[in-house]
Design a protein. Structure first.
Ligand code: ADP
Ligand code: MG
Length: 440
């Protein structure tokens, strides 16, 4: 029975890997099935963040996979197999209200973070905070433009602190959530609970604090939250897309509070680091792309780490649709460096040959002056195809058909285009000519 279950689970995983490759992570191999009874497949997961990842991102894919593999409707349940994490859930239930439950991304750990010249100080500061929250850099303020790893670093810090022997009470959220929470509390006359929640944290982590810009009442509230935690020597970590003094319309007293600890900047990664990040992301996804592919992506995409990852996801996805092999050719195609269909080499003579064949007219007719429909129509089709399938200019195309000028070619093109839109039989005739030409 156990073997049957393992076999089913393995097939489900392979299906997910192939059909939902963007969600595939190599740690999924470590997740084990517990039982399959009455249409319920129970899965054991050792990490809370994995459990959440499965629920949030993989559930639909896994259900679909389970149905394919077993031929039945199956629902899934993810059971935490490690009891050590309980403090977190106690904390969530007691301290946070359900609407505020936050789960960390299992990708965002220190192990998965590549350290280099552009982020060394920010990383070191986060590690130091992990070792002694509230005592080293307080507040820690990390800034840098979008996609450079601020959220990753902050979540890594939280996850590392949660793994410690006496985990702290962490309040982690985007500034937008803070602001919305505050507005709701004001509306509901519930400021007491709101304040209680924030001011009991051991660690307050607010992402994208620039969102406070111009929101005066939220700034006021945050100022008090900040002070109360700071005075209690609780750790505060903030991130923004610019340094404190450049956040538009942020009160001076907040700017000076934010500057009072350590302010660090994350810069764009250099080429070597981009390579290292790509290798790291590839190994997380259980893929092993050739070096030439990694260096192609690292050369092409140089501004934003999120896009780097996006390119890898796309190439991986394309490979999984086929034989799973990640090749340079595939990478070039997915980065738009190589046209996917190889049909640019078609010549006007080939077009003329196809059209004269189909309509049973002669080349001299197409090049002559006659305007009867039986000649003019095939001539227009030629011009249409020449414009779509070759890189000749309108003038050049006109030149091939009895020295007609570019407006005639354009007119022909628009005419056929319109006919294709309106007339099914013309559309299919043109399509079959195109297919014949491109597949030669
Ligand atoms: P930000 O919050 O600064 O906009 P994120 O933390 O969301 O950026 O990072 C965007 C993506 O880039 C994430 O997938 C993150 O894991 C990745 N990333 C950024 N920097 C690094 C790094 N140094 N090592 C590994 N991954 C990184
Ligand atoms: Mg972010």
């Amino acid at each position: 029975m156990a073997d049957v279950l393992t076999d089913i689970w393995d097939k489900i995983l392979r299906y997910l890997q192939k059909h939902h490759s963007q969600f595939w992570r190599s740690w999924l191999e470590q997740v084990e099935p517990i039982s399959l009874e009455n249409g319920l497949l129970r899965i054991g997961v050792p990490e809370r963040s994995w459990q959440q990842y499965l629920k949030q991102f993989c559930n639909a894919g896994l259900r679909e996979a389970a149905q394919r593999v077993t031929g039945h409707l199956v629902s899934l349940e993810y059971v935490l197999t490690d009891g050590d994490d309980l403090t977190v859930s106690d904390y969530e239930e007691d301290t946070l209200h359900n609407s505020n439950l936050f789960y960390f991304n299992p990708d965002y750990t220190f192990d998965n973070f590549v350290v280099g010249p552009c982020n060394r100080l920010s990383h070191a500061a986060c590690v130091a905070v992990t070792e002694s929250p509230g005592n080293t850099y307080n507040p820690l303020f990390i800034h840098g433009s979008v996609g450079l790893g601020k959220t990753h670093l902050m979540q890594a810090t939280c996850q590392a602190i949660l793994k410690q022997t006496s985990p702290a009470m962490i309040v982690y959220m985007s500034c937008e959530t803070f602001v919305n929470d505050f507005i709701r509390a004001v509306e509901e006359g519930n400021l007491y609970d709101f304040r209680h929640k924030y001011r009991f944290a051991d660690l307050l982590v607010i992402d994208d604090i620039q969102f406070l810009s111009e929101r005066e009442r939220s700034q006021e509230e945050f100022f008090h939250t900040f002070n109360s935690l700071y005075q209690g020597r609780k750790q505060i970590i903030l991130s923004a897309d610019c340094p404190p003094s450049q956040i538009p319309r942020l009160e001076d007293r907040l700017v000076s509070r934010f500057n009072q600890g350590l302010v660090t900047r994350i810069d764009k990664p250099d080429y070597e680091m981009r390579m290292a990040i790509l290798y790291k992301k590839a190994s997380l996804r259980g893929i092993d792309p050739p070096e030439e592919v990694v260096s192609l992506i690292a050369r092409k995409i140089d501004s934003n780490t999120r896009e780097l990852e996006g390119a890898l996801t796309k190439i991986h996805g394309m490979a999984m649709l086929d034989d799973g092999l990640i090749t340079l050719k595939l990478a070039r195609q997915s980065l738009g460096e190589e046209p996917t269909p190889p049909h640019r080499q078609i010549t006007i003579s080939q077009i003329i040959e196809a059209v004269t064949d189909h309509f049973d007219v002669r080349l001299s007719d197409l090049q002559g002056k006659r305007r009867s429909r039986s000649i003019a129509f095939p001539r227009q089709i030629c011009m249409f195809l020449a414009r779509d399938l070759t890189s000749h200019s309108l003038e050049e195309i006109g030149g091939h058909f009895g020295g007609r000028d570019h407006t005639t070619v354009l007119h022909a093109y628009r005419n056929i285009d319109k006919l294709c839109d309106n007339d099914e039989s013309i559309r299919s005739m043109v399509n079959s000519l195109v297919t014949g030409l491109t597949q030669k």
